[in-house]
Design a binder for this molecule. Sequence first.
Ligand code: FPP
Length: 231
Amino acid sequence: MTPSHIAFIMDGNGRWAERRHMPRKYGHKMGTQTLENVVDLAAKFGIKTVTFYAFSTENWARPQSEIDYLFGIFRKFLSEIDRYKQKNVKLRFIGNLSRLPEDVRDACVEMTERTKENTGLNVVIALNYGSWEEVTSAVNRLLQSGKTSVSEEEIKNALYTHDLTFPDVVVRTGGEVRLSNFLLLQSAYAELIFTDTLWPDFDEKAFVGVLDEYSSRVRKYGGLKKGDAKA
Ligand code: FPP
């Protein structure tokens, strides 16, 4: 089975560069190229939605020069959106955009608007995203609307991902085995795949490896797998 939605934690840019005695920023630059390749691969393999964890609510703790460099990358990506528009990509952003520099926030809104009629791959960029922030702001919005108790459905509909499917698989490159505050609720039943491949090295072979690994998993959602003896 091909997953419908793959979410990526793009880890390992810094180490990739350091191993080449290059500044960490070079790793982020090469990681941006990987993101574009993965968008093309996702479209090629019939994936419907691909989400990328580009900047977390915790990434503000990085040196200001690295943050500035990353935002330079995001600005460039947003300015080149016509390339993605031609790929029939529908772009979306999740996260607390209100804390982003105004020009980046405006560009996110504009690019979402400009690609909204596209019918191809949904590309979701998590920018200033963190699950704890997402849930806290969702609950606060519900409280402000006058509610005194909330249902699972209402919380789900108040998340940044309200109009997206949940990821079938979350892939983390770079060898660390954790989710780092990424789509924690939405990944409740996602398959988790951790690979030592550093993000800039994540190529078609690695992508196919993920699809193969996903196909070998049996998803039960807390139930029994087909054919299991009933109690
Ligand atoms: C984690 O690697 C990576 C990030 C915090 C930034 C990810 C951003 C990109 C790949 C840029 C492309 C994004 C867009 C939206 C165009 P790390 O720096 O923590 O790596 P390390 O663990 O090796 O230090």
